[in-house]
Design a protein. Structure first.
Length: 224
């Protein structure tokens, strides 16, 4: 059982109570010198109730959802940003990435647009640039997000070498028609529909800022 599961005690209670109750009844029956009809009926009822509790406990082990297990992502914490971006774009990227990383389960984030890696922030992977693979290309072509709820189940995960190698879940969100906002987490199935909506809204905001800012002459940046 996952030690981080908050429901583990609840699931164990019927098994423990049922097993303990059944054991006590059996010991009492063995130590009894004379078994009266009343005691026999009580023992039978007690054994039946203990069996029901044990069965309920076994069923709860299967029925009740367990919290996914988080892992510690492999990589160094940092932020890398394209220094050629205009100041406004850099400020917007810094704000947007901070918002996603602090208000969702995201632990790593990458922004890619027009063939360039504009930002990597959070826990960084080995590759410093994005090379779109089949999954990313599909998102770019169809302009529809893809949520890989448990990354290790997808053979195409090898394309995400710019994320930590043990990333557990990924949202690949289109950024306009030419870019991607790629968000990774350390826990499978951890992004909710609200998180997905929030990341989509951030991507829309970034799209407006980046494409309006990059159409203007670049200005010196004060963002590290």
């Amino acid at each position: 059982m996952n030690p981080s599961d908050p429901n583990r005690v609840v699931r164990l209670m019927p098994l423990v109570v049922g097993g303990l109750g059944g054991t006590v009844l059996m010991v009492n029956r063995v130590l009894s010198v004379e078994v009266t009809p009343t005691q026999a009926r009580s023992d039978a009822l007690g054994i039946f109730m203990a069996a029901i509790l044990i069965l309920a406990g076994l069923l709860w082990q299967q029925i009740q959802p367990r919290s996914p297990e988080a892992v510690e992502l492999v990589g160094s914490v940092g932020m890398e940003m394209d220094p050629s971006l205009p100041n406004q774009a850099q400020l917007e990227l810094a704000w947007a990435s901070h918002s996603v990383l602090t208000n969702s389960p995201a632990k790593t984030l990458v922004v890619y647009d027009q063939g360039k890696t504009l930002l990597r922030r959070g826990i960084l992977g080995k590759a410093s640039t994005v090379t779109p693979g089949a999954i990313a290309e599909r998102v770019l072509k169809q302009h529809r997000p893809v949520y890989l709820v448990d990354l290790k189940l997808y053979p195409g995960r090898v394309e995400f070498d710019y994320l930590p190698e043990n990333t557990q879940g990924v949202i690949c969100q289109p950024l306009g028609t030419t870019g991607l906002l790629i968000v990774g987490t350390n826990t499978p199935r951890s992004f909710t529909q609200q998180d997905e909506a929030w990341i989509a809204a951030i991507a829309d905001k970034l799209d407006q800022t980046l494409h309006s800012a990059t159409s203007s002459p670049a200005t010196p940046s004060g963002v590290a």
